[in-house]
Write a protein that binds this ligand. Structure first.
Ligand SMILES: Cc1cc2nc3c(=O)[nH]c(=O)nc-3n(C[C@H](O)[C@H](O)[C@H](O)COP(=O)(O)OP(=O)(O)OC[C@H]3O[C@@H](n4cnc5c(N)ncnc54)[C@H](O)[C@@H]3O)c2cc1C
Length: 404
């Protein structure tokens, strides 16, 4: 059986839903169907590793839209419905129930999934965090004075460590790089982030990776590191990055290379196919770089551009944003704008112990390439605008120092 939708969106999370809503905002009157493999109404993931894990918010409170909101916008969300194949010539998506849907335009918004550590397969006591169910399971697991080992000091690992430490767990973080986030932000900022963890009693094991996760013989877990050190614990949480959900596109002929490869207008390699959010890779002209970004703001902004480009094929907009991500850890707000790299020249323009604030600029080829901020939201807003305007370094220095 083959159904039909004018716009078919595969993936019913922030990128998919915002694309659908963007179409309606632009007065699109055709049919919109969203396929979502998961069982839930759309929800926001950032709160999962923060408020939900901390116990402050329920699963309901992170819901993005109610069924009534979707009905009102005439968005047909089909939950528990997975796209399993794409035929770009027949313009149809095959579903896991054996049916198919024909489309005029297709949006791939299937996001990403946690990268699995071969040494740490999912089993009792070993957690990965992506869905609301993952968050509720982990919340229960870290309730009490348990011993937690977090593998990976990226955003999600660090946020989990921060919440667990606040909830009276004893926490150890294992990270293969010299410092948290030092792979991207370099050692100077990485050291500062290490201090943030350690000041809250979290133990860091840096420059080490995990070679095995097994049982300790007493009902707990044993994490074995590459130097033979063992860490016994009750809970292991793995946060080692994400991989785009593109497996269902195998055989479609669509160009896929660490994400759905798009042009600057977010158009994939077949006519009438677009991609948005974590799954999309596209050339960002502002940074002269091919990117795939796994951050909330990108999913929202890219969805808006995709909606426009579906409706304006003769006047498409290039998607050229300044990447932005935030993270909340131990009551501090971390923000990154642009594309900082560890090898860039780092200029500290604010370092105030009074409110634990820091702003680091990343300079490449005498231009601002990115910035990191700790508890400095207004300056980071200014810096994001400066990057968008391709301001000179002199202009950037003048404006960032004006901000009090
Ligand atoms: C715990 C956590 C905390 C985060 N915190 C932050 C933060 O503080 N700041 C920030 O900027 N970003 C954060 N992020 C990242 C942000 O949530 C993601 O960038 C955002 O969710 C991407 O949205 P998306 O719609 O592209 O993909 P996703 O949210 O991954 O959604 C994709 C959807 O597609 C569905 N799907 C997949 N394959 C199929 C298929 N074949 N058929 C049908 N449906 C399918 C999936 O079930 C999923 O619901 C966080 C992510 C997590 C997991």
């Amino acid at each position: 059986m083959t159904g039909r939708s004018d716009v078919l969106i595969v993936g019913g999370s922030i990128a998919g839903i915002r694309t659908a809503e963007g179409l309606r905002r632009l007065s699109f009157e055709g049919s919109i169907t969203v396929l979502e493999a998961g069982p839930d109404l759309p929800y926001d993931r950032p709160a999962l590793s923060k408020q939900v894990l901390a116990g402050g918010e329920s699963a309901e409170s992170v819901r993005l839209r109610s069924q009534a909101d979707l009905d009102k916008a005439r968005i047909e969300l089909r939950r528990g419905c997975r796209g399993v194949g794409l035929d770009v010539d027949a313009r149809t998506v095959r579903l896991d129930d054996g049916t198919a849907i024909e489309y005029s335009d297709l949006v791939i918004a299937t996001g990403s999934a946690p990268r699995r550590l071969p040494a740490a397969p999912v089993r009792p006591g070993v957690h990965y965090l992506r869905t609301v169910r993952d968050a509720l399971d982990l919340r229960d697991a870290i309730d009490g004075p348990v011993r937690v080992v977090v593998v990976g000091a990226g955003f999600i690992g660090s946020e989990v460590a921060a919440v667990a430490a606040t909830r009276s767990a004893s926490v150890t973080v294992v990270e293969p790089y010299a410092f948290p986030l030092s792979r991207v932000l370099g050692d100077l900022v990485g050291k500062r982030l290490a201090r943030l963890h350690e000041s809250k009693g979290v133990q860091l094991v840096l420059g080490r990776s995990v070679s095995e996760v097994g049982d300790d013989g007493a009902g707990g877990k044993r994490v074995v590191l590459d130097d033979g050190t063992t860490l016994d614990c009750d809970v292991v949480v793995v946060g080692v990055g994400a991989i785009p959900h593109t497996d269902w596109l195998v055989g479609s002929g669509l160009d896929v290379a660490d994400g759905v490869v798009c042009d600057e207008f977010c158009r994939a390699s077949a006519p009438h196919v677009f991609a948005a959010g974590d799954v999309a890779r596209w050339p960002n002209e502002l940074f002269a770089e091919s990117m795939r970004i796994e951050h909330w703001t990108n999913a929202v902004e890219q969805a808006g551009v995709v909606a426009w480009n579906i409706l304006h094929p003769d006047n498409p907009r290039a998607y050229a944003p300044v990447p932005y991500v935030w993270s909340d850890q131990y009551g501090s707000r971390l923000q990154i704008v642009g594309r900082p790299r560890a090898e860039d020249e780092v200029r500290i323009v604010l370092d105030d112990p009074a409110d634990d604030s820091l702003v680091a600029l990343y300079v490449r080829d005498q231009r601002l390439a990115g910035a990191f901020g700790l508890n400095a939201p207004s300056r980071m807003l200014v810096l994001r605008r400066s990057l968008a305007a391709r301001a000179s370094l002199d202009e950037v220095m003048a404006t960032v120092n004006e901000k009090g």
